[in-house]
Design a binder for this molecule. Sequence first.
Ligand code: PLP
Length: 376
Amino acid sequence: MERIPLDRIRRIRIWEHGKEEGLLHGLNEKNKKISLLDLASNDYLSLSTNPKLVEAANLAMISQGVGAGGSRFITGSRPIHKKLENALGEWLNREHVLLFPSGFQANLAAVIALANRNTLILADKLIHHSLLVGIHASGAKFKRFAHNDLNELQKYLTLSHGQKVLVITESLFSMQGTSPDLEKVCLLCKKYNANLLVDEAHALGVMGYQGRGLCYGLSDQVSLISGTFGKAFGSGGAFLASNKFIGEDLVQKSGAFRYTTALAPPLAAAALEALKIIQQNPSWGEELQLEAKRWRNQINTQGWDYPPGEGPIISIVIGSNKQSLAYQKKLEQNGLLCVAIRPPTVPEGTSRLRIVVRRNLPKNTLQKLTSSLAKQ
Ligand SMILES: Cc1ncc(COP(=O)(O)O)c(C=O)c1O
């Protein structure tokens, strides 16, 4: 086995939820107990501990057990799966929705469904690792365009000369907080007759019309939308949304769908409850974006570049690993948990602090954050 360079070795830290909203209890590097306010997880709407989700998961568990016990084609399909698929299809205005146990698997399935060795894949340079694994598994030819650079995408499309093309991007990039101009991406895909796969993992529930993601309202040009319940939905599991032809193709051919235990019923029940809550509170996404804007402005007044994007992920590029870790430590000393994101998760020399604005944070959070971010 190849040795891992020392600076790439990561430590798994263990956290427990505290009774107080958003507080995590864990240990620091000296094994001393600490309580930190969570500004790092993707629980954007603070739904993972919402009593209604907990109750829905509990009820499902009591009536149906913990696990599905089989794949969807054998014994694992439950009414809750169909209910959730139908509700999501209606919410997103897509003909077909198919559940997966995780977003990683959904992405693998999505790429393999739309590409084979005769396909040219054009993907944003910063797409998620799961999509890259799917690309390699598909055997397709593969070119990356610079992050959100649609001129470069167009250049590659122009050179694609009648090949079958699949474009892959995300609607809200998890480590950058940025979004592409999806309307323009759709127009380009239409012009060059390319399929389009958009990973909405971080946008779903918080971005776009009533939190329906940034693909909502865009044409059928988006061949597949990938979404996960592990972030704003506060649960676990994932789905792919498409037209009925692609959907049925996935059902029949996708190994990542067929040969895996179905999504655990309690997780599906919690995801359905999250969807109901999001539908009942259509302004939550916009409110979170407004709050994130306030944070970006304040961070900017501390002398940092204005962090890009509009969503709840605020990425402050610091540069060196050492300095990013120093800021993480300083934030911890002030009771805040923001994680320094380092290569290989982000490109070399762009280590950063990733700050997540969640719903229902204590009022003094921003003030604490900005005082910890005074330039060192
Ligand atoms: C952009 C993106 N896509 C997909 C995934 C995978 O989702 P899941 O956690 O449901 O496997 C993640 C999670 O890390 C992600 O950030």
